[in-house]
Design a protein around this ligand. Structure first.
Ligand SMILES: CC(C)(COP(=O)(O)OP(=O)(O)OC[C@H]1O[C@@H](n2cnc3c(N)ncnc32)[C@H](O)[C@@H]1OP(=O)(O)O)[C@@H](O)C(=O)NCCC(=O)NCCS
Length: 112
């Protein structure tokens, strides 16, 4: 969770899935978007993975957030398709391999 002046402005959660973890949620309140809070929380999530000895973090991303995750070292590996109110919905599945080159390049500081 992230607080500004004691107000909860953002949070994330992780969900175990075998030997990997899913980033279950990552939300920043609209008034606080674009201030680096999402990046800090994502890096915190990666640090939690590392501490738990988990090398793969998966994300079912909102399509609008895909570029955000790519910027932070995630790669698209798949898509989830569903139907919501008769409309086809496609969500990118992103992955960060914490043992891989991508993590080393983009997240070296958090891997030390
Ligand atoms: C997606 C989200 C978590 C990003 O959080 P944020 O606090 O706004 O992001 P940050 O300010 O930490 O941005 C980090 C970097 O990513 C970039 N970025 C942020 N959102 C982006 C987007 N949607 N597309 C492309 N780049 C993005 C920023 O420009 C910034 O780049 P910089 O480091 O070069 O300056 C936030 O916008 C959000 O909560 N959105 C609504 C809910 C949502 O879609 N959550 C994801 C569910 S899977």
């Amino acid at each position: 969770m992230a607080f500004v002046d004691e107000k909860l402005v953002a949070y994330y959660s992780l969900k175990q899935d075998g030997e990997s973890l899913w980033l279950d949620n990552l939300w920043v309140l609209p008034d606080f978007i674009g201030q680096g809070i999402g990046k800090q929380l994502f890096q915190h999530a990666l640090e939690r993975c590392r501490v738990r000895g988990v090398s793969i973090l998966k994300i079912e991303s909102d399509p609008n957030a895909q570029a955000f995750y790519e910027k932070l070292g995630a790669c698209k590996m798949d898509e989830h398709h569903s139907t919501v109110d008769g409309q086809l919905r496609t969500l990118p599945i992103m992955v960060v391999n914490l043992q891989g080159r991508i993590a080393t390049l983009y997240l070296g500081d958090t891997l030390k």
